[in-house]
Design a protein around this ligand. Structure first.
Ligand SMILES: C[S@@+](CC[C@H](N)C(=O)[O-])C[C@H]1O[C@@H](n2cnc3c(N)ncnc32)[C@H](O)[C@@H]1O
Length: 430
């Protein structure tokens, strides 16, 4: 593809994302490329890089375009990205040419906006703080309350590209063996420093095509997510419930910690998500896990009240900890989303708590960085439940510096992982 054709495709993809604002950007991108199989791998990566970069600077570029009197259309956003990353106005004009696989010539109004972007510094000092930090206005006070003086650094870390972390399946091999197997496929992974099971690759890599992945030696899982599972303190012979298991990302790691012994139940309310776990469990060689679809008034759950040694609630959340991977979520999150999610999280906690045996543990986790979904949720739960107490994790796999508190809080800025929260609660005996 020519550079012009790549720009045109990026504009088309952004237009599709605009047309489906509630759909995750990567889902829109997947279907966009599925419908255009003629676009090869290198072009796909180049087009995605343009689009993801536009999304990372969404509020800033929108603000600059509007200040110059324009409307932030996909065309202007893509052209502005070129200018703001140092491409000359002349070169941008030349890339915007007419033709079947080209974006079409710049209009007079577009040229006017872009020319005004070529002059002046755009370091953000004149922008409103929420625009400069690339967050919705309503969310800024929540973030300030959580991070205080470190907010700018934390949000800058969330604007970077995420690493690609893998968890080695120690049921199949050691970390060294998995690293060597990846190297045979040309992928140079390093050991993660916080998780004892982690391997780290820089940026996007075709891991799922590797033998090590196909043979179940590794799974894609952020290092932070691995540590959340470690906080559960799962051991062989336990009975464990993964209450919001989705497609089993954490179930797989729990089964590994249990050395494929004992029993895990992976629950969820979503059929397709639970279905997604089947292939992954098989690939990892796990046979101590069953799946259960939760339904309203679930009799299965009632019969199993107070019976599990460990219950993990990996609650649905705003996903604010994963902004490095999903920059679209960063600007699209709405206040009502947070309100609805916090109500749902409290309800799920209630149901899941009833399943913990006396002396057993409940671990509540999110991939959110917001207190409203994390600490505040735990404080409110403990107020309602004097039968539970906050306790230190029994988690030798978690580095001492992180395991000395009943609550684990990870961020890209502090820990180089996605943002994660986990709280360990114990049901009192008797
Ligand atoms: C953060 S995701 C779980 C991710 C998964 N644990 C993993 O590690 O891959 C949250 C999950 O909660 C599920 N969920 C939503 N409402 C629920 C409910 N009322 N009870 C149980 N699960 C629920 C969603 O379907 C979703 O799969």
């Amino acid at each position: 593809m020519t550079p012009s054709a790549r720009l045109a495709a990026a504009i088309d993809l952004l237009a599709e994302m605009d047309a489906a604002p509630r759909r995750p950007a990567d889902a829109t991108a997947n279907s966009f490329f599925r419908d255009r199989r003629f676009i090869g791998g290198g072009d796909r990566r180049a087009i995605s890089a343009i689009v993801w970069d536009v999304m990372r600077h969404w509020r800033r570029s929108g603000w600059l375009i509007e200040r110059a009197g324009g409307t932030a259309t996909p065309r202007l956003r893509v052209a502005a990205r070129e200018i703001l990353s140092g491409v000359s106005f002349g070169d941008v004009s030349q890339a915007f040419v007419e033709g079947k696989f080209a974006p079409g010539a710049l209009t007079r109004d577009e040229r006017h906006v872009l020319e005004s972007l070529t002059s002046g510094k755009h370091d953000g000092t004149d922008m409103p703080r929420a625009v400069r930090l690339e967050v919705p206005d309503w969310l800024l006070p929540h973030l300030e309350a959580t991070f205080g003086d470190t907010l700018d650094n934390e949000l800058a870390a969330m604007s970077g590209e995420a690493t690609l972390d893998l968890r080695v399946n120690t049921l199949r091999c050691t970390r060294e063996e998995a690293r060597d197997a990846l190297a045979r496929d040309g992928l140079r992974a390093e050991f993660t420093t916080l998780s004892p099971w982690g391997l780290r690759l820089p940026g996007r890599q075709p891991v799922t095509a590797c033998g090590a992945f196909k043979d179940g030696l590794v799974e894609i899982q952020d290092e932070g997510s691995q540590l959340v599972v470690a906080m559960l303190g799962a051991r062989p012979e336990m009975r464990i419930l993964d209450y919001c298991a989705g497609a089993g990302g954490k179930t797989l790691a729990i089964a590994m910690m249990m050395q494929n012994r004992g029993h895990i139940v992976a629950c969820d309310v979503s059929v397709p998500r639970l279905e997604g776990a089947v292939k992954r469990l098989r690939r990892a060689g796990i046979h101590n896990a069953e799946r259960h679809l939760l339904v309203p008034g679930d009799k299965w759950a009632k019969r199993r009240a107070a019976s599990f040694d460990r219950v993990l609630v990996d609650a649905p959340c705003t996903g604010t900890g994963t902004w490095r991977r999903n920059p679209d979520a960063r600007v699209r999150l709405e206040e009502t989303d947070l309100q609805e999610l916090t109500v749902k999280q409290a309800e799920i906690l209630e149901r899941a708590a009833a399943l913990v045996r006396p002396g057993g543990r409940l671990v509540y986790a999110t991939c959110s960085i917001l207190d409203a979904e994390n600490r505040d949720q735990i404080t409110a739960f403990l107020d309602r439940h004097p039968d539970f107490a906050s306790v230190l994790p029994d988690a030798p796999e978690v580095p001492e510096t992180l395991a000395g508190s009943p609550m684990l809080s990870l961020t890209p800025g502090r820990n180089g992982t996605d943002g994660f929260f986990a709280a360990v609660l114990e049901r009192k005996e008797g």
